[in-house]
Design a protein around this ligand. Structure first.
Ligand code: TXA
Ligand code: MG
Length: 343
């Protein structure tokens, strides 16, 4: 495994050439995007794609996102309606992924054989330069082991995938910290499959009313492949984590009275004293940026339980609560009786 460091704003051309060469030959490369680190293969190569699934330990029926540099490149892999293309010209590159009909040109493994394909242009000079150098799209999921929190630093990638990736590009911490918003525009109204940094409020300005099913809020796991990724456990730390909808200090006291060692993940001013305190941030974007690192850090503390305050589900708060619900295995306590029942 080759670890290459480069400035994220002005990527070193030799690093970009090395990465593109590896991808061209069917290898796999982990690199930052503006959301989280991705694990990439040439989108047209079955062998590269298969290596991504193997390295990640990902079930083969959970498709990857195809990353492009322009709307034109997206149109080569997908059949994009004119009105959607218009919108994409305004919002790309950026943290918004559209599910559109596939033209069947990317490797079958990438779309898991589905008639649709998920496409986005990442707003990050490293993947954009790699795509340009390669002259082809790159396909990939987040660069974590399946079920683990997504990586927001190269260190997280190495922790999960050391020895299983040909090249890891360290371009520093990612900007948003949660994965892109996924919207299925083959449906009327369009369906939000995964909330992300591009908010529902912003989506509705572009697409008109959109549907946000309970699974997109993280309230339930999809039993059918609405978005294939939804049926798998995600983002999970090993430590028991509970979302607290009542007074945080009362929650901590209740747990400590039982002799438990407690960590609090503080967010947007909601905090309490405990054995350990992890400050995620004062505003929602800062919380999003620190979320996965905080979940990874939680596991290093050796506490019995972690508690996190419920976040209001507006703006990027919707994306945060979706991840927290999954990370907690849907443990949400409205009062201390419920909290104790969850341990
Ligand atoms: O920000 C991101 O989206 C990051 C960076 C690397 O781009 N990628 C990412 O990929 O987080 P990940 O691990 O979430 O995997 C791709 C997601 C899965 O949830 C998958 O189910 C969904 O995209 N997906 C891919 N193709 C799909 C399709 N045709 N229909 C519905 N969902 C699809
Ligand atoms: Mg992922």
């Amino acid at each position: 495994m080759l670890l290459l460091r480069t400035d994220p704003t002005r990527p070193d051309p030799s690093v970009i050439r090395t990465a593109a060469g590896v991808l061209r030959n069917g290898g796999i490369v982990a690199a930052p995007t503006e959301t989280v680190y991705g694990l990439f293969a040439h989108a047209y190569r079955e062998d590269g794609c298969a290596k991504v699934f193997k390295a990640k330990g990902r079930p083969m029926d959970n498709p990857l996102i195809v990353h492009v540099d322009t709307v034109e490149m997206a149109m080569a892999v997908a059949d994009i309606p004119n009105d959607v293309a218009e919108v994409l010209r305004r919002v790309w590159p950026g943290p918004i992924t559209v599910v559109v009909p596939s033209r069947g040109v990317v490797a079958r493994c990438v779309t898991a054989g589905l008639p649709t394909v998920a496409v986005r242009a990442p707003a990050h000079p490293i993947p954009l330069s790699i795509i340009k150098e390669l002259g082809a799209p790159i396909a990939g999921p987040s660069a974590n082991k399946a079920g683990r929190p997504s990586p927001t630093t190269a260190g997280h990638v190495v922790d999960d995938l050391d020895g299983e990736v040909d090249v890891v590009i360290d371009g520093g911490p990612t900007f948003f910290g949660v994965e892109s918003t996924i919207i299925d525009v083959t449906k009327r109204p369009p369906v939000v499959l995964r909330p992300g940094p591009f908010t529902v409020e912003e989506l509705e300005k572009l697409f008109g009313p959109v549907s946000v099913p309970p699974v997109a809020r993280g309230l339930a796991e999809a039993d059918v492949a609405l978005a294939p990724g939804m049926k798998y456990r995600h983002y999970a730390p090993d430590t028991v984590l509970v979302i607290v909808h009542f007074d945080l200090a009362e929650a901590v006291e209740t747990l400590r009275a039982r002799g438990l060692k407690v960590a609090v993940l503080c967010a947007t001013g909601k905090c309490a004293e405990a054995n350990y305190v992890i400050q995620m941030g004062d505003d929602l974007y800062e919380v999003a940026r620190n979320l996965y690192k905080s979940l990874r850090d939680l596991d290093k503390l050796g506490v019995d339980v972690g508690v996190v305050p419920a976040i209001e589900e507006r703006g990027v708060g919707l994306a945060i609560m979706n991840r927290l619900r999954k990370a907690s295995g849907h443990r949400e306590a409205l009062n201390k009786e419920q909290l104790l029942a969850m341990l």
